[in-house]
Design a binder for this molecule. Structure first.
Ligand SMILES: [Zn+2]
Length: 260
């Protein structure tokens, strides 16, 4: 890692080829149940080299994570009219970070925003052991009868840990602070928090480079301490999260085309 590389001072439209990779772990505090016929956030997957693992697809994680950021900015009076999925405002810090398609947004603008938060599948650390799965009749929710469809039910044991790597394109201190802060706000997994359990997120550290050099696939089988990560404290991030949103919001209003 080059010593000369540091976070960028401001946000700009075009990419400048700097990547901050944040390595973290999500630990389930409760058992979780997977039903094969429902759109769950945690799934099982077989890798040739890693064996059987539980995984969390990135798009599921990203959706959850974006909601947290949107919730937080609204609390500071920013992006209060921005909502998933087809009511994106295309002007707020969350839209800037996670992206959006202008045409399908509420704003109907003629530009798209590319996501600056890039990710990959979260993979459980260590092979799945004692997999208790059984097949049951899927219950039809409308009439509560069991029909022909079969579903597989799988338990994801409490304390299952997932390795995640989030990549931030062209990071500034403010953007980074928002991401780090919200990683620690992720305390529940699941579309329905009643169904899914609590979780805890810990950050191992980061790499800041001109390319992406880390992947969860590579490190799900190795000791993360060998990954030569720098501690997050070394980034000297701003302390006040509301000021971070305000600063990005202000920069965006002069960067994006004026409201139609
Ligand atoms: Zn927005």
């Amino acid at each position: 890692m080059s010593k000369n590389i540091s976070l960028l001072k401001d946000i700009q439209i075009l990419s400048r080829g700097l990547y901050l990779q944040i390595v973290f772990k999500v630990k389930l505090l409760d058992d979780a149940i997977i039903r094969s016929n429902e759109p769950e956030e945690v799934l099982s997957y077989h890798y040739e080299t890693l064996g059987n693992r539980f995984i969390i697809p990135w798009r599921k994680f990203k959706g959850k994570f974006r909601r947290l950021v949107m919730e937080q900015q609204r609390n500071f009076g920013i992006g209060t009219d921005c909502a998933l999925k087809d009511k994106l405002c295309m002007r707020c810090p969350a839209c800037f970070l996670f992206g959006g398609t202008g045409e399908t947004s509420k704003a109907k603008v003629n530009y798209n925003l590319l996501s600056r938060v890039l990710g990959e599948t979260l993979i459980s650390i260590g092979e799945m052991k004692d997999i208790s799965s059984y097949t049951a009749n899927a219950v039809d929710e409308e009439d509560l009868t069991t029909g022909q469809a079969l579903m597989t039910i799988l338990k994801v044991p409490a304390e299952t840990k997932f390795l995640g790597i989030l990549t931030l394109r062209d990071p500034t201190p403010e953007i980074t602070k928002i991401i780090i802060d919200n990683l620690s706000r992720l305390t529940r997994l699941g579309a329905s928090t009643r169904e899914w359990g609590r979780c805890k997120t810990d950050i191992f550290g980061y790499r800041l480079e001109d390319r992406e050099t880390l992947s969860a696939y590579d490190w799900a089988n190795r000791e993360v301490k060998d990954a030569r990560l720098a501690p997050i404290e070394a980034l000297n991030l701003p302390k006040e999260i509301d000021i971070c949103y305000a600063k990005i919001n202000k920069a965006l209003s002069s960067m994006l085309p004026p409201k139609g």
